[in-house]
Design a protein around this ligand. Structure first.
Ligand code: ASP
Length: 413
């Protein structure tokens, strides 16, 4: 019998995972069968993520270095760099604007009693951090001893060091040819290993989704339904309409063609809630399926995984307005502008790991004097909302690499 293709297997794994998760949830986590099932899915899911993380850092390091070195040979470095940053900022700005506009219009949180959450807030203490401290920490974290960054899995610092190395390789030209060839071969090898990990993706994704759905705390969902509805609706609008429209207008790629090429990465992002863990698969989809040249994808995708987060930016802004409504504070226009900018910085500073956005959101709340402890209210629903925002974060990186490829190839004005 012939097995269905990997894409179909992944989709089936995801559907089966959600269905089994719902069934487990209905039985209750105390049921012995469910406990065994949760143990097994916890193990398989963790191993899948471990495998992705194992290959992540070597892949990022080699892809960026080789990518930069090859770009420079084509004299495109400057354009790629500028197009990437402009695209990242532009799409995050659209996402935040949508999130804020929808929150101002639908006013989730207005009329809900904050006293309901007083217990949760009392038992939660948020680390205080101001935007300036946050910026200092972020900048300070950019330049790190490469061996430390590599061993700690610090993606952003590895990206930065690889940029330096890539530029140095180009400046040195023929002199460092052997190192470049070595890194090129190392990158091919890491992609080969990613291919092996992909074979396990259907099982990994199924296991992660079973665990996620089965262990959801549904009590809070009712109270926060309106907020969840607004965030989910706007995130979907951004991912299903805005990004595909931009992609189509700039590159002519249809939404269907994009979905076909990107789905493995999108489903993995949904199941893992981690842009970093998904990165090896994002790279594979971008270069193999969407046919972005490796030197462009090698630069745009890893950088995007840590700094380009449309879903997170949207969420941070919407959540700040939600909390303002909850505590009954009317934010002035100036304060709304502050939320806009701090949400962007907070999203850029959030690492691509589950619930990272929650941590950096403290800064957004504090910038306009909202109580950071109110984050405790959002924690029970965060893992659920994280699935979709991570998917849109990863989608933004793939759309970005296609757009940058197109813009960088355009003839000089
Ligand atoms: N989980 C998100 C990501 O990896 C970050 C966040 O928490 O918003 O992209």
């Amino acid at each position: 019998m012939k097995l269905p293709g990997l894409n179909t297997q992944i989709l089936l794994g995801a559907i089966f995972g959600v269905a089994a998760g719902v069934y487990f949830h209905s039985l209750g986590t105390a049921h012995p069968f469910v406990q065994t099932g949760l143990y097994a899915s916890g193990l398989v899911g963790t191993l899948f993520i471990d495998l992705l993380k194992m290959i992540l850092i070597p892949l990022v390091f080699c892809s960026i270095t080789v990518g930069i070195a090859n770009l420079r040979q084509h004299r495109q470095m400057h354009r790629v760099w500028v197009a990437t940053l402009v695209f990242f900022m532009f799409t995050m700005a659209i996402a935040i604007t949508l999130g804020m506009a929808a929150s101002l219009y639908f006013k989730p949180g207005a009329g809900v009693e904050i006293a309901m959450f007083s217990d949760a807030m009392r038992n939660f203490s948020a680390a205080q951090i101001s935007p300036s401290e946050f910026a200092t920490q972020f900048l300070h974290g950019l330049f790190v001893n490469p061996f430390k960054a590599l061993s700690e899995g610090n993606v952003l610092a590895v990206v930065i060091f690889a940029l330096f190395l890539g530029i140095a390789l180009v400046m040195g030209g023929e002199r460092y040819r052997n190192i470049l060839v070595l890194l090129q071969e190392a990158q091919e090898i890491t992609m080969r290993i990613v291919g092996w990990v992909m074979v396990l993706a259907p099982f990994g994704i199924m296991a992660l989704l079973i665990k996620l759905v089965a262990t959801q705390d549904t009590a809070m969902i009712g109270t926060l339904a309106k907020f969840m509805g607004v965030v989910t609706g706007i995130t979907l609008l951004h991912g299903v309409v805005i990004l595909p429209l931009l992609l189509y207008l700039i590159t002519g790629t249809t939404p269907l063609a994009f979905w076909r090429g990107a789905r493995e990465a999108l489903i993995t992002a949904f199941a893992t809630s981690s842009s970093n863990a998904t990165l090896p698969i994002t790279m594979r989809c971008t270069t193999r399926n969407l046919k972005v040249r490796p030197e462009i994808a090698g630069f745009v995708v890893p950088l995007g995984a840590t700094v380009n987060m449309d879903g997170t930016a949207l969420y941070e802004a919407a959540a700040a307005l939600f909390i303002a409504n909850l505590v009954g504070v009317e934010l002035s226009f100036a304060q709304q502008l502050i939320v806009f900018f701090t949400a962007m910085i907070a999203a850029m500073g959030a690492p691509g790991i589950p619930s990272a956005g929650m941590v950096t959101m403290v800064m957004v709340l504090q910038s306009v004097g909202l109580p950071a402890e109110a984050i405790a209210i959002l924690l029970p629903i965060d893992r659920l909302l994280d699935t979709l925002r991570t998917t849109v974060n990863v989608q933004g990186d793939m759309v970005g690499s296609l757009v940058v490829q197109k813009l960088a190839a355009a003839p000089e004005a």
